[in-house]
Design a binder for this molecule. Sequence first.
Ligand code: PBG
Length: 333
Amino acid sequence: MLTLQETSSVMQRRPRRNRKSQAIRNMVEETRLSVKDFIFPMFLIDGVNQKVEVASMPGIYRYSLDLMLKEIEDCVNLGIMAFDIFPAYPESKKDKYATESHNPETFYLKAIHKIKTTFPEIVVMTDVAMDPYSSDGHDGLVENGKILNDETLEILGKMSLAQAHAGADILGPSDMMDGRVGFIRNVLDENGYTDVSIMSYTAKYASAFYGPFRDALDSAPKSGDKKTYQMDSANYYEAMIEADLDTEEGADFLMVKPALAYLDVIRLLKDNSNLPIAAYNVSGEYAMIKASAERGWLDGERAMLESLLSIKRAGANVILSYFAKEYALIARD
Ligand code: PBG
């Protein structure tokens, strides 16, 4: 056993020196969050003067366009410059083929156009998948209980074109059909939308953490689950197969979703790709923190900051998070 004196003479390295004050901790901080890292996902409904809280997502609302424009303005004033807009449709507008998704008169596409013309400087992202418009509640076309891949691509192509035409800056194919990035890229390019970006949901896992989102959009599958197209949580290397394909097919960003239970996958993609990596801090991840904070079981603000920081530390360049505004309200950068 060394005496205390002997110990301190051999201990030339003392990592605690770099933790001794807030000023030093700030200097050696390896990861810093910024409002610029975020994309704020928002839920849109038809009508006017509507603002309805999502029961399982305290602080998150479905807005009609007029109130969404106000909310976006608020966020822009806080420095948030990117928004991912998801529509919630009533059952009466849904059908097997998600026809409403490319109806030029539909409220979602008109709203995208209005948002983009009101705030030309922001980034508007849209979601490409059939589920909000599908009477089956699946991301692809269902025939005899099966999700048809190639037939779905045709529908996604029409949806993408309609969203690009409405003014979307980034399309987010969240459907996980094979070949959809290349298919969508071709459709866009053939129609002159070479400037419209694709943020591919590259490694989107079949996750329990999407529950509150499906409440927000009333978009849960009517039968079966999404395991024949979304990835198995057990798989890690398979994410690189998806990443390589999306890269070859022309994706501008690769996304991992959910974020917190898949930090290893975020790091895998970051280390093996030169494309910017996005991570989706999903509805269930938001709800968990909110629910325990409401009960006083943990400090909601600290848990939020720690989660967001972990996602960035894992390698995400872009974070889609329902916490974006809350973060912006307390951020000082
Ligand atoms: C569907 C879609 C989902 C989310 C984004 N796009 C849900 C799903 O696949 O069932 C989830 C987002 C979240 O949970 O916050 N195409």
